[in-house]
Design a protein around this ligand. Structure first.
Ligand SMILES: Cc1ncc(COP(=O)(O)O)c(C=O)c1O
Length: 411
């Protein structure tokens, strides 16, 4: 390891998803597709098992002249039309009174990463959900940050008590608070906070803001799959109440919203009461952007703008049909799980349902037992993730009952 910097964690990434995806593929080849339930893939698939790539997104994309695809972006912060349209896409349906600025990023990953790495100094602690997308932890590690996690649920609702307690513990040790909330459609549980819960979060962060600067990173990667899409941004109106000592960064991703995971396009929407504070964050984010990815694919940004303006009705119709499909699949799984007594975290909407596991040893045994029965899932902290986004309706039927029987046998 003498060729890389000393202050870096050199343990290889354990890609828990990819290994199981491969096992599932092998099982399909050996036993036939019909015998295998592959609930590993975290992208939207159609009923015939094909990756969904919206026509309303890729038809306009394919019509973009090659010179536009070849060209650099208009600026390191992104094309102006894209930046304006991201703000409009997220805030256009509500009355937001905050000052804001948009920085184009490579997917939601780029937005989450610049926030985590540019808002805290080495050795400081970022507050994360206990059950979460694995990249948060990796980003923190790469930035030489520590992490502290809050328990997500108390009974079937957001664990406000533990969230507050965790923030207090971190505040006792440092002079800035950075917290991540992945909402709505939390990955991997499918929980979405209620407006009342959001209100309490904001009220609490304002209290914290009396002691130190606070950054709330709201990762909204799956927001466009909210079942009540019209009201999916309403909670952001609660953000109007933040104090001058609180900044919110919304991490937006075109990956899921447009089924364009590979085009690597997203944005960080910085929001605050004070234009100067927002500008200061923007300056640092812009420099980080320029130093790491330089600029975002010009055609990917332009295409988001075309699709969500000129082709909006077609896009909305196409996406709505898949949101409906996702709802059908998750309804089947969660209602059958309830009937069978298979314990799930409180799912409301989104790509994944997660089986609740009290300890990770039991989870490991269960995960293996499921694979022995040709049901492939992904292990998450204290849970087993079932990707309803890529399971067909017929695969969903009867699955929860089978999983419960397997669970009963491996207790
Ligand atoms: C919770 C969450 N946030 C952010 C992302 C970012 O994805 P991308 O970088 O493709 O936009 C993902 C992708 O899986 C995710 O699950």
């Amino acid at each position: 390891m003498r060729f890389v910097k000393n202050e870096v964690n050199t343990t290889p990434i354990e890609d828990t998803v990819f290994v199981i995806v491969e096992k599932a593929a092998k099982a399909k080849a050996q036993y036939g597709k019909d015998k295998v339930v592959d609930a590993t893939i975290g992208s939207l698939y159609d009923e015939s098992g094909k990756l969904v790539a919206f026509d309303s997104v890729f038809t306009p994309y394919n019509e973009i002249p090659k010179e536009i695809k070849a060209k650099y972006a208009g600026s390191f912060t992104g094309n102006k039309s894209y930046r304006d349209q991201v703000a409009n896409w997220l805030l256009g349906s509500i009355n937001s009174t905050l000052t804001h600025s948009v920085i184009a990023t490579p997917g939601g990953t780029g937005a989450v990463n610049i926030t985590i790495s540019e808002c805290l100094d080495q050795g400081e602690t970022v507050v994360l959900p206990q059950i979460a997308w694995g990249s948060y932890q990796l980003m923190a590690t790469m930035a030489n940050l520590k992490t502290k996690t809050y328990s997500l649920f108390e009974d079937d609702h957001f664990n406000m008590k533990d969230f507050k307690q965790t923030c207090h513990e971190v505040m006792a040790q440092q002079k800035k608070l950075v917290v991540v909330i992945n909402d709505p459609c939390h990955n991997p549980t499918g929980y979405s906070l209620t407006e009342a819960e959001w209100k309490e979060v904001i009220c609490f962060l304002n209290e914290c803001g009396k002691q130190m600067p606070v950054v709330l990173l709201n990762d909204i990667a799956y927001i466009d799959y909210s079942y009540d899409i019209i009201h999916s941004r309403d909670y952001m109106e609660q953000f109007n109440a933040i104090s001058e000592n609180v900044i919110i960064v919304i991490a937006f991703s075109c990956s899921k919203s447009l089924t364009s995971y590979g085009l690597r396009c997203g944005a960080a929407l910085i929001m605050g009461q004070n234009a100067e504070d927002v500008r200061n964050v923007e300056v640092v984010f812009e420099k980080a952007a320029r130093a790491t990815w330089s600029n975002i694919a010009n055609a990917a940004m332009d295409n988001f703008t075309y699709v969500t303006t000129d082709h909006l009705a077609t896009y909305n119709k196409e996406k709505a049909s898949y949101v409906e499909l996702l709802k059908q699949r998750s309804d089947i799984f969660t209602s059958e799980a309830k009937e069978a007594g298979l314990p799930c975290y409180p799912y409301k909407e989104g790509f994944f349902v997660t089986i609740r596991m009290d300890n990770n040893e039991q989870r490991d045994r269960y995960h293996q037992a499921l694979m022995d029965e040709l049901i492939f899932t992904v292990k998450v902290n204290q849970g087993i993730r079932v990707a309803v986004c890529s399971l067909s309706v017929s695969d969903c039927k009867g699955l929860a009952k089978r999983m419960k029987t397997i669970l009963d046998h491996c207790q």
